[in-house]
Design a protein around this ligand. Structure first.
Ligand code: SF4
Ligand code: SF4
Length: 326
């Protein structure tokens, strides 16, 4: 019998720890010890552009200006500093032409109102690894967990692979959060250094998926099936953010349940996460206009209802925030 394709098939095993990538945050979560127990690196760049995205500054793979129009006094200092003339005063406020702005940050420091910040910076994988090592308490190397999130880590596959490689070298556990839309062949190098995958599902209907995220869901579902049945048996947790009015219909939830039971395993773990909001303020700071109406936060009762629907389709492990398994 022909063995199933493996994530190890056909991938270069070369290291390039000097590879640079773009990140927008490194955050630590500390437990009772007061030291970081888990560090998350947020990479910029995503294949999707979900209409509800809570971190729209993560979608572009390059640094971007965040602008606070309320703080801006209209002094014009930034306009005179921009080397590419991306800023023009519109009335009493600065307006940045996002097609011209390079995200260089020259306009940030001298803004007297602190109305400008840059989301994102280019760094080497080695520098990210150094920062992770610095933030974990001395001697905690073997207990800490490093999560690559985004954006989409596989949008910058060589950068992600080298961060993960360095983290494994330091003895950390590694987790990758992915939307799964990357070409399969770009994921393999990273997966060699990954202990666990958190895999996002958005919508089961390909047309709705495309309307809401910008891409159909075919590759995402294919990659999930392939990953699930890969001979390396990496632990995969499925995660679904519940977005009222977008993906929280009974029909969609039942389709998720049917897919998981049919293609994966009834024992697959599905985490249902309530949408937290926060999109609109960030879109405003990116000076982006969305025609999509504001998204509500789901009620606890609705979350329980969706859990029940999944369980009725045969899914055995549906986890809500606050339950013992979350
Ligand atoms: S420097 Fe700051 S306060 Fe002055 S116009 Fe630019 S953004 Fe507004
Ligand atoms: S980040 Fe650089 S290119 Fe963009 S507006 Fe500021 S100075 Fe101009």
């Amino acid at each position: 019998m022909t063995p199933p394709p493996s994530i190890l098939d056909g991938f270069a095993q070369t290291a390039n720890e000097d590879v640079k990538g773009c990140i927008f945050a490194i955050r630590g979560d500390s437990m009772a010890s007061g030291h970081d127990e888990q560090i998350t690196v947020f990479l910029k760049g995503c294949f999707l552009s979900c209409v509800w995205c809570e971190d729209p500054e993560s979608q572009s793979a390059r640094p971007e200006i965040l602008f606070d129009a309320v703080r801006c006094t209209g002094c014009g200092v930034c306009e005179s500093l921009c080397p590419v003339n991306a800023i023009n005063m519109k009335g009493e406020k600065a307006a940045t032409d996002r097609n011209i702005c390079t995200g260089c940050g020259e306009c940030v420091e001298d803004c007297p109102a602190q109305a400008r910040t840059v989301a994102g910076m280019y760094v080497r994988a080695t520098r990210v690894a150094r920062e992770i090592n610095r933030r974990f308490a001395p001697g905690r190397g073997r207990g800490g967990t490093v999560v690559l999130s985004g954006g989409e880590p596989f949008y910058q596959p060589a950068f992600s692979a080298n961060i993960l490689r360095l983290c494994k070298k330091s003895g950390f556990k590694t987790v990758v959060e992915t939307c799964g839309h990357a070409p399969w062949e770009t994921m393999g190098e990273s997966l060699r250094f990954t202990d666990r995958i958190i895999y996002d599902l958005k919508h089961m209907d390909p047309d709705e998926h495309e309307r809401l995220t910008g891409v159909p869901n075919g590759r995402i579902l294919e990659n999930l099936i392939r990953l699930w049945h890969d001979e390396r048996h990496l632990p995969v947790s499925i995660r679904m953010a519940v977005i009222p009015g977008c993906n929280d219909s009974d029909k969609n939830m039942e389709a998720v349940g049917d897919f998981v039971v049919r293609e994966l395993d009834p024992l697959a773990e599905i985490h249902l996460l309530p949408y937290r909001g926060g999109r609109d303020g960030k879109m405003a700071r990116l000076e982006r206009i969305t025609a999509f109406p504001p998204v509500e936060v789901p009620t606890e009762r609705h979350m329980e209802h969706l859990k029940t629907l999944l369980e009725a389709r045969g899914v055995k492990k549906v986890i809500l925030p606050g339950s013992n398994r979350d």
